[in-house]
Design a protein around this ligand. Structure first.
Ligand code: DHB
Length: 708
């Protein structure tokens, strides 16, 4: 029957391979005329995608199927239509004449009937299979829900009478403030210890006074988070001594008249005593949003005695910087609402005024590619294995062979490098190339409207932009009298930083991480741990790592596509009987493939998206913060500078005010420039207050005029 289908030798070979694999029941995917079955968490079959980068699953890790309960057969048997092929016409360039169903023999009709019957049976079986799997999942979720059904409920009504008064020394100046401490900020916490916050209010406001030009009504609300390494974040209490000397950010803020709200936040390693994980993505952003809502809810009702909820400013470093950026980007986004409801968060807005981020470890879906684009030429990496706690204190004892003074919970850094293997270099080259596709799809623009893009070789305006950021940092250092002469990658001419040697830069700062930097093939990274679920500790979050996983064998999407296209071609050329045979074979093959439940290895596409601020900026139904301050140390290589740079440019392109700079002399760190940071927050707050006052005055005038 199949003998006449193929008209070229190459096709014959490929087709033979496909048929051999069909016969052996080898698992190969056929997205083009696949039975797209969707179940609870993820689908096995990828949706058609617009670009190569997307096709490789680099951006949309999995199609969004969270809400689809029904089995969707819509994509079933829809071969790619060759527009030259129309029913009843011969096939151009082929010896196969179109065989009309009218000309079939009764023998052939018999075969068709029998095949159709087989197909119906298989389809029913398949539906049954998915129903059962859905049922299993539902049961699991029920068990999870009931394990937490009786969790303790808390009031989220703030009690203004329960506080202590403290006085601390903020860089030589006494600051007296009220501390309202350890208040659970959701009604139904999964982990009360991690879902509580403390509020600190300058005492002056309680006596009608002003601080730094602010009053109880106008005082901005500073909301730092203490998240690092995607681990649980502690409440940031005001402290007189910090890593960078002097008052920490919370105390510094108080001394400058800010109301401080410090939430603790759930993190990736939290486990309830009942055995369930409670801190996996998107827990951290749900908590930060819930804390914002708590403040609005209680301040608007007059229970919290000071602070302007229209001037909430978030801040964080590294994973905490990523969290701060996510909060800033996703104001009031609907995606988070079910989670907020589940936790019993106050019904309030969660958009904020300004977001500040130091070295944000963000855009995790694309950070592996960005890392290789920058660090491909480095032949050694210094990662000392999976993330672990390294005490942040000076003179602390670090694990043998590890570099001290890394931020708490950041991956440990080894004192000695590990050589990249040829295989790792190959992966690196592949990821590097894919980065240019992702980047170009973003369509980022500089201030003149030029596209910040890259050629496939990795060169282009975006690279020049990245270089300009390092050069600007060097120039600032020169202008403040720093000696930059020992910087091997920098050329200075007459006091001007004129050139950066990218390769020398990479050779100097070296790569911290192996490849991929974030989504590890053995699932041992902190980020794999972050993307786990309540019952599975670690998962992949990029299609690329899934396809290279050491824990599961998944067909490569590019190959799948090729095979699918060939199958579609065959289908078009097939006779009516052959068409049924192909459908049956394909169905059987799909059913074999269904047995692999990819959702056990790959994070839910919706959750991956909910962790990425890039996905929300510019969405019309999201209130992204209007003000941003982003810093990345010139020596930082926990993530590529390209990551915060893309964030900053996307924000600018969407009309947000962004202060984005590379900080000279700093590695992976935060809070090293508190005077500048609070000068910036003062400025944006005072401009807003002035603008608001003018607006109010105008409105008053307009009203008065109306009444005349
Ligand atoms: C942090 C650092 C990392 O390198 C990383 O991958 C995740 C988090 C951190 O310091 O928070």
């Amino acid at each position: 029957m199949l003998r006449n289908i193929f008209h070229s030798n190459t096709k014959k070979v490929l087709a033979a391979a496909i048929f051999a694999s069909l016969l052996q029941g080898i698992v190969i995917a056929a997205p083009v005329f696949a039975e797209t079955a969707t179940t609870g968490e993820t689908t096995v079959t990828q949706e058609p995608t617009q670009s190569k980068a997307k096709a490789a699953g680099m951006t949309a890790a999995q199609p969004d199927t969270a809400d689809q309960k029904e089995i969707d057969h819509s994509a079933e048997f829809k071969p790619v239509q060759n527009e030259f092929l129309k029913e009843g016409e011969g096939i151009p360039g082929s010896e196969v004449p179109y065989q009309s169903e009218r000309s079939l023999s009764s023998e052939e009709w018999k075969t068709i009937d029998s095949l159709e019957k087989d197909i119906r049976i298989l389809r029913r079986e398949r539906e049954e299979f998915f129903k059962n799997r859905a049922k299993e999942k539902e049961e699991k979720e029920k068990a999870f829900t009931s394990a937490f059904k009786n969790r303790q409920e808390y009031s989220i009504v703030f009690n203004p009478d329960d506080y202590s008064t403290k006085t601390m020394d903020a860089n030589g100046e006494p600051v007296t403030f009220r501390a309202y401490e350890h208040l659970v900020y959701v009604k139904k916490p999964y982990d009360p210890e991690s879902q509580m916050l403390s509020i600190y209010i300058p005492e002056a406001y309680l006596k009608g006074g002003t601080v730094n030009g602010f009053t109880a009504e106008t005082a901005p609300i500073f909301m730092p988070n203490g998240v690092g390494g995607y681990m649980p974040g502690q409440i940031e209490e005001p402290r007189e001594e910090s890593r960078h000397g002097g008052a920490n950010a919370a105390l510094y803020a108080l001394s400058n008249g800010y109301v401080v709200v410090s939430p603790a936040i759930r993190g990736r390693n939290l486990k309830h005593e009942n055995g369930y994980e409670t801190g996996k993505a998107p827990a951290l952003i749900v908590d930060y949003k819930a804390a914002v809502r708590f403040v609005r809810f209680n301040r608007k009702a007059g229970r919290i005695p000071a602070g302007d909820t229209e001037k909430i400013i978030s801040s964080g470093t590294s994973a905490g910087g990523a969290l701060s950026a996510l909060l800033g980007a996703t104001g009031n986004a609907k995606d988070y609402v079910p989670y907020l409801k589940e936790a019993g968060a106050a019904k309030e807005r969660d958009d904020i005024f300004a977001s500040m981020a130091y070295c944000p470890i963000t855009n995790l879906e694309n950070a592996d590619m960005a890392y290789e684009w920058m660090f491909h030429n480095a032949n050694e990496y210094y990662n000392a294995g999976p993330a672990r706690r390294v005490p942040p204190a000076v003179n602390s004892t670090s694990p043998a062979g590890a570099v001290p003074d890394r931020p708490a919970n950041a991956p440990a850094e080894a004192a000695k490098g590990t050589a990249m293997t040829p295989e790792q270099k190959e992966i690196s080259a592949e990821l590097k190339e894919k980065f240019t596709e992702y980047l170009n799809d973003l369509d980022l623009r500089d201030s003149l409207g030029n596209r910040l893009n890259l050629a496939p070789d990795g060169y282009g305006l975006f690279r020049e932009y990245i270089e300009s950021l390092y050069l600007e940092a060097a120039q600032n250092a020169i202008d403040t009298g720093e000696d930059v002469s020992k910087t091997p990658w920098l050329t200075v001419s007459d006091g001007t930083a004129v050139h950066m040697d990218f390769d020398k830069y990479v050779a100097t700062v070296k790569r911290l991480k192996g490849v991929p930097a974030f989504d590890a093939f053995d699932m041992t990274s902190g980020e794999n741990n972050e993307f786990g679920t309540y019952d599975i500790p670690n998962k992949h979050f990029t299609r690329y790592a899934l396809e290279h996983s050491q824990l599961v064998t998944v067909p490569k999407e590019e190959e799948e596509k090729e095979i699918a296209e060939e199958k579609a071609r065959q289908y078009n050329l097939a006779s009516p009987v052959e068409k049924r045979q192909l459908r049956k074979a394909n169905l059987e093959e799909q059913m074999e493939k269904d047995k692999l439940d990819l959702s056990q290895y790959m994070a839910n596409g919706r959750i991956i998206r909910m962790m990425n601020p890039m996905r929300y900026i510019g969405n019309p139904d999201v209130q992204t913060a209007p003000h941003w301050r982003i810093r990345h140390g010139a020596l930082d290589r926990d993530t590529a500078l390209a990551v915060p740079a893309m964030l900053a440019v996307k924000l600018k392109n969407n009309d947000k005010a962004v202060d984005f700079k590379v900080a000279w002399g700093y590695g992976h760190a935060g809070d090293y420039d508190l005077p500048e940071l609070f000068a910036w927050t003062d400025r944006i707050c005072k401009i807003k207050d002035k603008a608001d006052a003018i607006l109010k005055e105008e409105q008053k005038k307009a009203k008065a005029k109306e009444q005349e």
